[in-house]
Design a protein around this ligand. Structure first.
Ligand SMILES: *Cc1c(COP(=O)(O)O)cnc(C)c1O
Length: 480
């Protein structure tokens, strides 16, 4: 069994084993024509249940054979041009290479003595991202597991910086289109159920600063304390970017923490043509960046940035076995002092390899392509009488709804759209997302694949209309 440990004597086993895995995946990528097989949990669950985990197979080849049945055949493939659903990107090869290296070396980024150069690489990437955001000379940050964790940590810092320790008094302001992790974080941070104030959006789905100001005024006049304003720079559904400079002015006026949730829109930091959409981000106290969304990185790769490095002390605890106080005096760079996690992946290496091979413009150019694609998709939808489209996209999502020619009432249209989404998923020909707008069922494309074309979008719209029309036909027949 020792032959399975990765070390100096098993290098050849390692090379063969990983190469075989890479070859299987490469063959899979080359032969996969659809994003999904349409497999149902009912069909797949018994296959996985039948595996006896106490009885190993003969070797890695056998395990890879089995993996075909339990995973690879029916996985959802984000590299497919017709995967148009959630904020998942096809990944860039230099990042996958980085992933292979970081898993094999297995550095842990909590302390210098578990990572050495890994710590400095992560720090340099944080500094680089802070500079791209314009956060100033005192900025710092740390890699996290994802946007949800970044938002949680940002709000933890904001809570600790707030002007009261009475948690019941604290209020967080976020638009009605903000990410649900804001609500979750508030709950985890011990704030009350009323803590998150939902600020209305304008027609373009951006936070209304006039409404924000009214809410802030109301909050203070009731003796409550504004703890943070969360501006979303790229809402998950619409890609809409809240008015950052206006929000920053209000944050300053009310002496409140400004957090920018740029989990989605962070790709603009490297966009050769659209960086201006993030103007005002430099005024934030903290920023969430999800490289695993718009930097084409494998999950997970994310960071939290702060304007003032000193605020990260709210996440600092010391343990004799790990990062004793003396390591601060000794200036030993221990990233655990800034992180909610302890043992932590060297995810930064993926971004490092990406920048060293492709450059920032290369990544930003890919994000620009999908934003251009969304603009073209909007033209298609706006001109198509079968569809209502909600807003012209700033980033790369399209939210739309199939509508029949005849007036059948909105409930049946809701059901037809939901049916179309499910039928499409079951067919495996394309995967799209859904959401609700003003209580009505809508469908959503999240475009993060530069290989997707307007022809793909048109074809998927035809498929959706086909499913929806069929559903309507059947249900009108049954109703009459
Ligand atoms: C995706 C997303 C998050 C959460 O990020 P995870 O990496 O999925 O945890 C937070 N905010 C916004 C706006 C997002 O789109």
């Amino acid at each position: 069994m020792r032959s399975h440990l990765l070390n100096d004597t098993t290098a050849e086993h390692y090379r063969r084993s990983v190469t075989e895995g890479v070859e299987r995946v490469a063959a899979k990528l080359a032969s996969t024509r659809r994003p999904f097989t349409g497999v149902t949990p009912d069909r797949l669950a018994p296959v996985i249940a039948a595996v006896d985990l106490d009885t190993p197979l003969a070797d890695a080849s056998a395990a890879l054979d089995e993996l075909e049945d339990v995973y690879l055949r029916d996985a959802v493939y984000f590299h497919s041009p017709r995967y148009l659903a959630h904020l998942n990107c096809p990944v860039v090869i230099p990042a996958v290479l980085g992933e292979a290296v970081l898993s094999a070396v297995n550095s842990s980024l909590d302390t210098w003595d578990q990572s050495a150069g890994g710590t400095l690489i992560e720090r340099k990437l944080i500094d680089w991202t802070c500079a791209r955001a314009g956060l100033g000379p005192a900025a710092d940050g740390v890699f996290t597991s994802g946007g949800s964790q970044s938002n949680l940590q940002a709000l933890l810092l904001a809570r600790q910086e707030a002007k009261t320790t009475d948690l019941s008094k604290l209020r967080i302001f976020a638009s009605e289109c903000s990410h649900f992790s804001v609500q979750k974080s508030a709950s985890l941070l011990g704030l009350g159920p009323e803590a998150v104030v939902s600020v209305p959006v304008d027609r373009a789905k951006r936070m209304q600063t006039v409404a924000l100001e009214a809410e802030l005024m109301g909050c203070v006049s009731e003796g409550l304390v504004p703890m943070a304003i969360v501006a979303t720079a790229g809402t998950t559904d619409f890609g809409s970017i809240d008015p950052l400079p206006g929000i920053a002015a209000l944050a300053r006026q009310y002496e409140t923490w400004m957090h920018v949730d740029a989990a989605y829109g962070c790709g603009l930091l490297v966009s050769p043509t659209r960086r201006h959409l993030l103007d005002g981000i430099e005024l934030a106290d903290s920023v969430t960046v999800d490289y695993h969304k718009s930097f084409f990185q494998p999950v997970s790769s994310s960071s939290l940035l702060v304007r003032d490095a000193a605020t990260l002390r709210h996440a600092t605890y010391h343990a004799e076995y790990l990062n004793p106080r003396r390591t601060i005096e000794e200036k030993i760079p221990n990233q655990v002092d800034k992180s909610l996690q302890t043992t932590r992946r060297f995810d930064a290496l993926k971004l490092w390899m990406t920048l060293r091979v492709m450059g920032a413009d290369g990544v930003g150019g890919l994000f620009d392509e999908v934003c251009d694609l969304a603009a073209a998709g909007w033209e298609l939808l706006a001109a198509d009488p079968r569809y209502d489209v909600v807003v012209q996209p700033q980033l790369s999502t399209l939210v739309y709804r199939w509508v029949p020619e005849a007036d059948t009432g909105p409930d049946l249209v809701d059901r037809a759209n939901l049916h179309a989404r499910k039928a499409l998923f079951a067919s495996g020909e394309a995967v799209v997302a859904g959401t609700k707008v003003a209580g009505r069922q809508y469908l959503k494309f999240t475009l993060l694949n530069p290989e997707t074309t307007t022809a793909d979008i048109a074809a998927v719209l035809d498929l959706i209309a086909g499913h929806a029309e069929q559903f309507l036909g059947e249900n009108l027949v049954h109703a009459s």
